[in-house]
Design a protein around this ligand. Structure first.
Ligand SMILES: Nc1nc2c(ncn2[C@@H]2O[C@H](COP(=O)(O)OP(=O)(O)OP(=O)(O)O)[C@@H](O)[C@H]2O)c(=O)[nH]1
Ligand SMILES: [Mg+2]
Length: 260
C-alpha cells in the first residue's frame, strides 16, 4: 500500500523565523515553491461546461467554506491576492483556475472551488453547487489531485465525508491523488495538532488501497507551517521525482598483472 501519511511536524509549534524556514527548505521544496510562485489566473467558471477542455492535470482545493482554501493557494503561490480570501464565508463562488508552469507550455492547473456548508447560502444555490461539485469530482477528466482542507480544530465533518465519498472511487484506483490539509494549525497547540493528525489519518484509512496516494499534513497559511512539504507533494503529483540513480557499478577488480 502506497498510502503515505505524513508524520507530525517536528519542532516547536511556534513559527520559525523566515530565515530559519528558508534554511530548512530542501532544494526540491525550493524548486516546488518557485514552480507554484509562477501561478497566474486563467479563468473563472460557474458551470462545468465553462471549464477548459483538455488533459492538463488539475489540482483542486476543496473544503468547507472558510476552511482556508483561498488563503492556502495564496500562501503556496506566495502571492497575496491570487485567490480571493475573505473573512466573509462563502466568498469564493465560482471555480477559479490558475495555470502553472512555463507560460508558453502550462504544465498543470490549480482550481479554487467554492466552499460548502455555509448556512446562509440560499437553498437553491446550495443544491446547484452540490451538483456542480459532485460532477466536477466524479467526472472532470483532468482532475489529477484533490487537496481537501479542513480546520484542524474541527477535523473531517459529515460534509467532508460526503465529498470524500464522491471522489473515493477515483482515489482508490489511483486516478486522483488526495492530500488532506488540517488548516489554521497556528490556532492550536502541538499536542492538539498531533491528535488532529491521528484522527484524520484514522478517518482516511478506509480509503487506502494498493494504488491510492493519500497524505495528511498540518498547515498554516498564517505562519507558513507545512508550506514547503505541501509544495513538494503537489509538484511530485505532476512531475514525480526522478528515481534515485544507482551509482555506476564499480568496475570488476582486475587481477593484478603478475610482476615480471
Ligand atoms: N489563523 C489562521 N487564519 C486563517 C488561515 N487560513 C485562513 N485563515 C482565515 O480564515 C478565513 C477564511 O479563509 P479563506 O481562505 O477565505 O477560506 P476559503 O476556504 O477560501 O473560504 P470560501 O471561499 O468561503 O470557501 C480568513 O479570515 C482567513 O484569513 C490560517 O492558516 N491561520
Ligand atoms: Mg475561498
Amino acid at each position: 500500500m502506497t498510502t503515505s501519511f505524513r508524520a507530525p511536524p517536528a519542532g516547536p509549534a511556534a513559527a520559525p523565523s523566515p530565515r530559519q524556514a528558508a534554511a530548512a527548505v530542501s532544494p526540491q521544496a525550493r524548486a516546488a515553491l518557485a514552480w507554484l510562485h509562477g501561478a497566474r489566473f486563467l479563468t473563472t467558471a460557474s458551470r462545468l461546461d465553462q471549464l477548459p477542455q483538455g488533459d492538463l492535470p488539475e489540482i483542486a482545493f476543496v473544503g468547507r467554506s472558510n476552511a482556508g482554501k483561498s488563503s492556502a493557494i495564496n500562501r503556496l503561490t506566495q502571492q497575496r491576492r491570487l485567490a480571493f480570501a475573505s473573512r466573509t464565508p462563502g466568498r469564493t463562488q465560482h471555480i477559479n483556475l490558475f495555470d502553472l508552469g512555463p507560460r508558453e507550455a502550462p504544465e498543470a492547473r490549480l482550481a479554487d472551488l467554492p466552499g460548502y456548508g455555509y448556512a446562509a447560502v440560499e437553498r437553491a444555490a446550495k443544491l446547484r453547487w452540490q451538483e456542480v461539485m459532485a460532477q466536477y469530482l466524479e467526472l472532470r477528466r483532468a482532475l489529477h489531485g484533490v487537496v481537501l482542507l479542513a480546520d484542524a480544530r474541527l477535523g473531517l465533518t459529515d460534509l467532508d465525508q460526503r465529498l470524500l465519498a464522491l471522489v473515493a472511487p477515483r482515489v482508490a484506483n489511483g486516478e486522483v491523488r488526495l492530500l488532506l490539509l488540517l488548516t489554521k494549525v497556528d490556532k492550536i497547540n502541538r499536542s492538539e495538532a498531533q491528535r488532529a493528525l491521528r484522527d484524520a489519518t484514522e478517518a482516511l484509512a478506509p480509503l487506502g488501497t494498493e494504488a491510492a496516494d493519500i497524505g495528511v499534513a498540518t498547515f498554516s497559511a498564517l505562519t507558513g507551517q507545512g508550506v514547503a512539504d505541501v509544495a513538494e507533494a503537489l509538484r511530485g503529483w505532476i512531475e514525480p521525482p526522478a528515481p534515485a540513480v544507482a551509482p555506476p557499478a564499480a568496475p570488476a577488480a582486475t587481477p593484478a598483472e603478475p610482476g615480471p
